[in-house]
Design a protein around this ligand. Structure first.
Ligand code: LMR
Length: 326
């Protein structure tokens, strides 16, 4: 299979139960992270559930690690119909739908329960509904975990520790502004280039979840890790709308059920996985790991406060009010 090649999404297979041939619907699900991560494992679980619930009428082929498309290509590939399903980070969706930046606001969530309430509540539903006008059907929001700060220069404790450093960021204006408020220089780099760029010292630091830092070995070049929980890395699970609308209703129903089960599992599993991998990193004598105190976190929150006003000025207060209420 080649990148950019038009995929067929149906094939004829033998159905054991019905003792006959039927057309199997094949869904290509492309994502950029490692298999053993909250998104990688959820994609796998979802594939198994769909196959089970549809008695093999639908097959989900999962392509991890950006093996088909990198994160700066996958949305276009989905819209072209080359693949049928993706789960980009919320930050990457903000390029199409800037209102989604609400989920990128620093310290918008206090803990995993907040995330679950918002992702499965009205805010989640209204954000997913916005995808329709872009030719996509949003099936769910999945989570990876809280983002932490890493650097190869020094421990990042006070906002002033960021001054003059270059940070890799995902493409989200609000995240760029977050680093500018800290006096740092944000540089947008696709996920699959982060390891190589860190190795070449193209920037001094980055923000990510423990799961991504651990599974992609970023810590090999980033020995200072601050547990700041300053942002949340979530995913929009999306299918091509044209493809979705053509699926038989009973298949849509089964896929929706499998997605609900997977999403509930993912939100619990992601917390456990990030905690377990942090414990493993703590055993690495090369790593300097520091957890921000509440007082230090407060200083960061004060620095980031203008972003909330800015968001409200641009997009109104509705989403922010709903998140508070949820
Ligand atoms: C990143 O670019 O750091 C993340 O969005 C990658 C991912 O999909 O978790």
């Amino acid at each position: 299979m080649f990148v950019g090649q038009k995929q067929t999404s149906n094939q004829i297979v033998y159905d054991e139960e019905q003792k006959g041939l039927h057309e199997q619907i094949v869904i290509y699900f492309s994502h950029v992270v490692a298999e053993n991560t909250p998104k990688g494992l959820a994609a796998q679980k979802f594939a198994e559930l769909v196959e089970e619930k549809t008695n093999g009428r639908v097959k989900i082929e999962v392509f991890p690690n950006g093996s088909l498309y990198s994160d700066d290509e996958e949305i276009d590939a989905l819209l072209r119909g080359d693949i049928q399903m993706i789960a980009p980070s919320v930050s990457k969706v903000t390029q199409l739908l800037p209102e989604w930046q609400v989920l990128d606001l620093p310290f918008i969530f206090e803990n995993y329960d907040d995330v679950e309430r918002v992702f499965t509540g009205n805010v989640g539903k209204s954000l997913l509904a916005m995808l329709e006008k872009k030719g996509m059907k949003g099936l769910a929001l999945w989570g990876n975990g809280f983002k932490q700060m890493t650097s190869n220069r020094r421990l990042l404790i006070e906002p002033s520790d960021f001054s003059g450093l270059k940070f890799r960021v995902m493409p989200s204006e609000i995240i760029e502004k977050q680093f500018q408020l800290l006096g740092a220089k944000p540089i947008v780099v696709p996920f699959d280039r982060v390891y190589e760029s860190l190795e070449k010292h193209e920037f001094d630091g980055q923000e990510n979840t423990i799961s991504n830092i651990y599974s992609k070995n970023f810590y090999q070049f980033q020995t200072y890790l601050t547990i700041s929980n300053h942002g949340y890395l979530g995913y929009a699970v999306i299918v091509n709308k044209h493809f979705w609308d053509k699926l038989p209703k009973d298949i849509q129903q089964k896929i929706t059920e499998a997605m609900q089960e997977t999403s509930a599992w993912n939100l619990k599993q992601s917390k456990k996985q990030n905690e377990a991998e942090l414990a493993k990193m703590k055993q690495n004598p090369q790593m300097h790991i520091y957890e921000l105190t509440e007082k230090e976190q407060k200083a960061w929150k004060q620095k980031f406060a203008p972003l909330y006003n800015e968001f409200e000025r641009e997009f109104g207060s509705k989403l922010l009010r709903q998140i508070k209420a949820e």
